[in-house]
Design a protein around this ligand. Structure first.
Ligand SMILES: [Zn+2]
Length: 277
């Protein structure tokens, strides 16, 4: 009986939530975070059945693509096609993730309705409840499904746990197969595109080779390029800026000393001239 009542209340709240979205700009801003969190928890049960895709793992997959693949793709000036599952369009959470505004350490703003949250977790929950209609779930666009191939565990907290578990040859073979199919669909070989050929090769080395139980192979042997290039750029700009300043200091110092010696000479000459009289 109580369960039935609770269910009725929840569904009522759900419908109110859906219908009140046009006026959220005025109403929601007045909502307290606690209220939002409470509602989040209540509504969670209602909408989770609609999305069978982990936001957290999708994010991990996206971060890996951004760090370990995209710098090389950009360097080759290669355009990834929509058929490739790594294309941003094929990540159902991409639009929402790009509407996250990280204002401060404890301040996350929703880009759709400008509401502010104390943590990314709360904003995620807000997206799930308030903006779930923005997710395009009609097609299989779950980036988290590629986590096996992309080594998401390598970057997520679960890595320490993941390393300790014994390697499963069947799982490794499955991931290797998925990884190779990604390389084939994203960087098709033999289409008279040398950059696609090079990226195909890179993808195999960077992601697929490590899917083996024989050990000794780590994922991402080519590393991440973006950060190092930014680092080198910063260093070179800094030296270029400091070099003229250094020379200016040296020049001014030399001028000062020259002036000093000239004055000394003048003083000594004056002294000599005054001596005879
Ligand atoms: Zn919002």
């Amino acid at each position: 009986m109580i369960k039935l009542l609770l269910f009725l209340m929840l569904s009522l709240q759900g419908t109110i939530g859906v219908f009140s979205t046009p006026s959220h700009l005025t109403q929601e801003n007045q909502d307290t975070e606690g209220y939002a969190a409470e509602r989040t928890l209540k509504q969670e049960d209602q909408h989770t059945h609609e999305v069978h895709c982990s936001r957290e793992r999708s994010r991990a997959a996206w971060e890996i693509i951004e760090e370990y693949l995209m710098p090389f793709v950009e360097q080759e000036k290669y355009q990834i096609s929509r058929k490739c599952r790594l294309h941003p369009e094929n990540d159902i959470f991409r639009d929402q993730e790009e509407n996250k505004i990280h204002v401060d350490i404890n301040e996350w703003r929703c880009g759709y309705c400008r509401k502010i949250f104390r943590g990314e977790k709360f904003l995620d929950q807000h997206f799930d409840n308030r903006h779930y209609n923005l997710l395009n779930v009609s097609e299989s666009k779950c980036l988290a499904d590629l986590c096996g191939a992309l080594h998401c565990d390598f970057t997520m907290d679960s890595y320490s746990k993941f390393r300790k578990t014994k390697c499963n040859p069947a799982a490794a073979a499955r991931n290797h197969h998925l990884c190779e199919s990604l390389a084939d669909s994203c960087f098709p070989v033999g289409q008279s595109s040398p950059s696609a050929n090079r990226l195909h090769e890179l993808f195999l080395r960077q992601f697929c080779d490590a899917h083996t139980c024989s050990g000794g192979r780590k994922p991402f042997p080519r590393g991440k390029k973006k950060h190092t290039s930014i680092f080198y750029l910063a260093i070179s700009i800094l030296t270029l800026m400091l070099l003229p300043i250094f020379y200016l200091i040296v020049y001014l110092h030399q001028r000062e000393t020259r002036k000093g010696t000239q004055e000394l000479k003048r003083v000594s000459q004056l002294g000599r001239k005054s001596k005879p009289s």
